[in-house]
Ligand binder design. Sequence first.
Ligand SMILES: CC(C)(COP(=O)(O)OP(=O)(O)OC[C@H]1O[C@@H](n2cnc3c(N)ncnc32)[C@H](O)[C@@H]1OP(=O)(O)O)[C@@H](O)C(=O)NCCC(=O)NCCS
Length: 166
Amino acid sequence: MSPSDPRLASFCNQIAAMETWKRLKVDGSILFQRNSTDPDREIWYWQSGEMTAAQGVIIFRRKDSSEYLKKLGFAESGPTSYVHLLAVFPGSQNRGIGAKLLAHAEEAASHGSSVMSLCVSEWNENARRFYENYAYRPAGRSENCIIQGNTEILMRKPLSGSEADK
Ligand SMILES: CC(C)(COP(=O)(O)OP(=O)(O)OC[C@H]1O[C@@H](n2cnc3c(N)ncnc32)[C@H](O)[C@@H]1OP(=O)(O)O)[C@@H](O)C(=O)NCCC(=O)NCCS
């Protein structure tokens, strides 16, 4: 799906209705504005054959996103691809869909980039554990990020696959 796909607006409203984004006070129109105006963002969704609607979405950028990370308060991130958003809709979680979407983004980015990064709210323990299981490690903290009082953790994973990088 490209950022100009007409389905993006309804995806954004669905994502904004999830607890994670409600807590960050990010509404559907903000998500739509951010994700429809950057042509370098790739939007992929998962829909099993028997389902009538998408079950999860990942939005990522293969190109270096260190300048974007500086704006979020992570000064020294180094060159990195970046997962802007990963959401598996309630009812479809814990079936391996998040892992498949994340693996897809990593594979796509690995052709030009040696690191994937993402941010996760400090309070979002389920998501932090999920990312740790897939070899992401904490690499920075930004306080009062997104909204006042919220702390975001930067997590990084080497994409080269060498044992030395793990
Ligand atoms: C975090 C999130 C993206 C994970 O996606 P998911 O599809 O639920 O994750 P998976 O199913 O791939 O993995 C979750 C667990 O299910 C297990 N699992 C994987 N495939 C499975 C299957 N076929 N059957 C049963 N369990 C399975 C995994 O081992 C994993 O267990 P673990 O956490 O103990 O390692 C999802 O829960 C989500 O969208 N959460 C809310 C939004 C959010 O917080 N997003 C992150 C913002 S940074």
